[in-house]
Design a protein around this ligand. Structure first.
Ligand SMILES: *[C@@H]1O[C@H](CO)[C@@H](O)[C@H](O)[C@H]1NC(C)=O
Ligand SMILES: *[C@@H]1O[C@H](CO)[C@@H](O)[C@H](O)[C@H]1NC(C)=O
Length: 497
């Protein structure tokens, strides 16, 4: 038996590949999105390393070799403060996407002065998987290794692929077919393809996204990447050389998109849950409680930056739910709340959502939270802030498992009304249970599919996938502007003569 295990291990190891994941600077959220695939690959026997620049050492992740470059925490973190101000006080705007690019560029400049970075850069890898956004270190390492060793590389979208990058992939999405990430938060949430203003807004924000990411951030990023050797960086070159794109966004409920076989949807899976810590279990199991309300806004949205009126609305509204037990994942200035409300700096989110007494989730609508709500069949009140969150709220409302709160106009009575509606009407529960039955009912688990295609790329290189020749066209050609100008010129000449 022992011998058999040794032999099996030998076979497992001979096929083992060295895979490097690179995630956006200091982002627990992005690491959390990439981790399930990384761990699934590690379970298959591959040697998986995670590289990320951080301000403080993070813990170890099961089965993953982590490699952190520790950055000096800036005293006046201008880019972060500006980003948080936009998160709480402004509509999402594509121009805001430049700030996290600045954070990523700054991190690379600091990383190249440290040995830890070069230890990773000097090794050889079988595959480099880089975060889709804000990660010049990942793009740089991928292109450097592609050039020097022919190493394949891949992109990981921690939400839906950005519009501008679908252009690079020649999988253009017609912006007039769905709401963008920058859709107005105004109530009632509204977007319709037949509505002129809806389409105009989507097209406008797509153009601004193109300018701020496709042009401005590309220029900033290429300057940052030049610090690790002369690498000719452009988004279009980067996507032309990428073997595949992993997408964490669900493929089953979204607006129509163009798809290619090099887009691998790895995010539609559920994970198991554990029992709650004893003290929390006792709190939520109080026999007088009609159920548990769980409030959490993920790891990016920070409460210390919240306007006072929002904090007050939350305190008043949650204090009102005396028949329920409330757990609020909150890190900020101390608050006084009634005894049925428990403030915690960190909560075992998945376990809490799966707890049989949990009735409602108050969430920002981040992708992982959306999936965790569906997997645990918990209806939601969404208060979205940025990126995919506004679309999550729209999806939730449209599919009948969620209500919406506007971050600009929220007050206690409105919040109480929205929460009570869900707590007293069973239809929200039925809708989300139906979504669960559609979400992870698949021929193979989406993570298994991810592992399958990853191994194919490692063995066969990027020729595994079909690439569109539109990827080689400039945007000028792609939009037929050359034809258009040619035709106008001919018409002008004909008209004159
Ligand atoms: C990485 O390689 C470069 C040049 O090949 C060398 O100068 C440097 O010392 C190496 N650094 C580490 C940490 O291995
Ligand atoms: C809760 O809110 C309702 C409606 O605004 C109000 O009538 C009620 O008095 C409040 N209850 C508590 C305990 O604050």
């Amino acid at each position: 038996m022992r011998l058999l295990i040794v032999i099996l291990n030998f076979f497992a190891l001979t096929n083992a590949a060295k895979i490097l994941f690179v995630s956006f600077t200091n982002s627990k959220s992005h690491i959390g999105s990439m981790l399930p695939l990384a761990q699934a690959l590690s379970k298959r026997g591959h040697e998986v390393t995670l590289y990320v620049e951080v301000y403080k050492q993070l813990g170890d992740f099961n089965g993953i070799k982590s490699h952190y470059v520790i950055l000096k925490e800036p005293e006046d973190n201008w880019a972060m403060n500006t980003f948080m101000d936009r998160v709480w006080n402004h509509e999402g705007a594509p121009s805001g996407m430049v700030f996290p690019h600045l954070i990523g560029n700054e991190a690379l400049s600091e990383a190249v002065t440290q040995d830890d970075f070069w230890t990773v850069a000097n090794q050889t890898w079988d595959l480099i998987i880089s975060d889709e956004v804000f990660t010049p270190t990942g793009y740089g390492l991928a292109l450097m290794h592609a050039e020097r060793h022919g190493t394949p590389h891949a992109v990981f979208s921690t939400t839906d692929t950005l519009h501008v990058f679908t252009t690079m992939l020649s999988l253009n999405r017609n912006p007039a077919l769905g709401p963008s990430y920058y859709t107005s938060h105004k109530e009632p949430l509204y977007w319709h393809a037949a509505d002129f203003v809806s389409r105009l807004n989507s097209v406008r924000s797509t153009m601004v996204e193109y300018a701020s990411i496709g042009i401005l951030s590309e220029w900033l990023t290429s300057r940052a990447i030049n610090q690790i050797g002369h690498i000719d960086f452009s988004w279009s070159h980067y996507y032309q050389t990428a073997a595949l794109v992993y997408v964490d966004y669900p493929d089953r409920f979204t607006w129509p998109i163009a798809n290619g076989n090099d887009l691998i949807f790895v995010g539609s899976f559920c994970t198991g849950s554990k029992a709650l810590p004893k003290e929390l279990e006792e709190f939520v199991n109080d026999p007088s409680s009609k159920g548990t309300v769980y409030v959490a806004f993920g790891s990016v949205v920070q409460w210390p930056f919240a306007p006072k009126r929002v904090v007050n609305a939350f305190v008043d509204a949650l204090n009102n739910l005396t028949e329920y037990r409330v757990i609020w994942s909150y890190k900020g200035t101390p608050l006084t709340v009634k005894s049925h409300v428990r403030l915690v700096e960190w909560a075992p989110q998945i376990d809490l959502l799966h707890h049989p007494k949990t009735r409602l989730f108050v969430s920002h609508g981040g992708l992982k939270s959306l999936k965790e709500a569906i997997c645990s069949e918990t209806p939601v009140v969404y208060m979205p802030f940025f990126a995919e969150q506004i679309r999550t709220a729209m999806i939730g409302k449209q599919l009948g498992f969620a209500e919406y709160l506007n971050k600009f106009t929220i007050d206690a009575p409105m919040m109480i009304r929205r929460m009570s509606k869900i707590l007293t009407d069973d239809s929200y529960q039925h809708s989300i249970s139906r979504q669960k039955s559609l979400f992870d009912d698949r021929i193979a688990s989406s993570l298994q599919e991810g592992v399958f295609w990853t191994e194919k790329v490692i063995l066969q290189g990027k020729t595994v996938f079909f690439k569109r020749s539109g990827m080689k066209l400039s945007w000028f050609q792609f939009l037929h502007l050359d034809l258009f100008i040619g035709m106008i010129s001919i018409l002008a000449i004909v008209a004159r003569s």
